[in-house]
Design a protein around this ligand. Structure first.
Ligand code: SF4
Length: 358
């Protein structure tokens, strides 16, 4: 796609459209790089509507990079609750520590410096540098890939590294040919490309070309191919893992156990979880290993949870005991405490089952 060129006239019509149509979002227009960084990380796997409230709360409690670097892990998980992919939150805190130690708690304005920090990839670095600092660097996300693929009617597989590289080159080439664009212009241009993809040149179904500032130049629109572009190769199937959950409780309290410090849902608490579908005899054996003797074992409804490349199929059992004692890496919580605790959304069906939350 790198043979394609974006003209200044096209960029002007896009930024003018953005000025009139941009959404009012809590992280927009504050001029604070921390807001750009935080919102970009939150938006990676979560819808804008769900992020808005979380962002405000997060920002109110952790107003700067230093406070983020010092927050307790439990509080951080609570603030992140509901957005999933908790490793993003852990990386935010880790990166905040690096920023505190290396840059006095300030995000650098250089792409090359940002990219070396934990959890910051080329897209996030490009977004921070161009949106917050107005430096001419591309930030290519799924929205930008789609919009440019349609504009130039390019059928490169957008899952490929080549598509991303080509898009980046189109934007870099535009900046090279138009030196002296102001920081505000560059900031608006980056956001406008993303916003056009989010509001008008939408991913599923037909784009709203009638409302698009590029409908007089867009090749996919003029040739009526926008329904087929971007081309996307099929994803390989998700791996399915069978799991057994033991919801061990007495009259007042539930037992949670900490997951290992690396891998999926690292360091988070869950109901005692085991690989595979355990038989009753195996369940009794596992509970005895915890020093727990079951009064009743009751099968609960099954559930599934979908991660990006993995699907958990879960069998769950309630293990009622007379009086739970603490176990290694365990946490005993009352119903009320459990309702307020940041349990990963993979287990939300069981939290709802006990009417702990709606
Ligand atoms: Fe997308 Fe239609 Fe605009 Fe082309 S004209 S960029 S297909 S919304």
């Amino acid at each position: 796609m790198s043979e394609y060129e974006l003209s200044k006239k096209e960029a002007d019509s896009l930024t003018a459209w953005f000025d009139k149509n941009k959404r009012d979002l809590p992280w927009r227009g504050t001029g604070d790089p921390y807001d750009v960084w935080l919102s970009e990380i939150m938006l990676q796997q979560t819808r804008v509507e769900a992020v808005k409230e979380k962002f405000i709360q997060f920002r109110r409690e952790l107003p700067d990079i230093i406070s983020l670097s010092e927050v307790s892990d439990d509080r951080l998980m609570k603030l992140w609750e509901g957005m999933g992919y908790y490793s993003r939150a852990r990386n935010l805190k880790k990166c905040a520590g690096e920023l505190r130690d290396l840059y006095g708690g300030v995000l650098p304005s250089s792409f090359d410096e940002l990219i070396r920090l934990s959890g910051i990839g080329p897209y996030t670095a490009g977004a921070i540098v161009s949106i917050a600092y107005g430096n001419p660097v591309p930030a290519v996300d799924g929205n930008v890939l789609r919009v440019l693929a349609r504009l130039f009617e390019d059928a490169t597989d957008i899952r490929s590294g080549r598509a991303k590289k080509n898009c980046g080159e189109i934007i870099r080439s535009f900046y090279r040919k138009n030196p002296g664009l102001g920081a505000d212009y560059i900031s608006s241009f980056t956001q406008a490309l993303m916003e056009l993809g989010a509001l008008v040149c939408v991913p599923n179904g037909q784009p709203h070309c009638e409302a698009c500032p590029w409908n007089n130049v867009c090749r996919a629109h003029l040739n009526n191919t926008a329904g087929r572009i971007p081309y996307r190769s099929a994803l390989k199937g998700r791996r399915i893992e069978e799991r057994t959950l033991l919801i061990i409780r007495d009259e007042d309290r539930f037992l949670l156990r900490k997951r290992p410090e690396s891998g999926l849902l690292a360091g988070l608490y869950e109901f005692a979880g085991y690989d595979g579908f355990l038989s009753r005899a195996q369940i009794i054996e596992e509970t005895e290993k915890l020093g727990i003797s079951a009064l009743h074992i009751r099968r609960l409804p099954d559930s599934r949870h979908i991660f990006t490349h993995l699907e958990w199929h879960m069998h769950a059992f309630e293990i009622m005991v007379a009086d739970i004692d603490s176990v290694p890496d365990g946490l005993l919580l009352t119903k009320k405490e459990l309702a307020e605790f940041a349990v990963p959304s993979a287990f939300s069906k069981y939290i709802s089952y006990y009417s702990l939350k709606d």
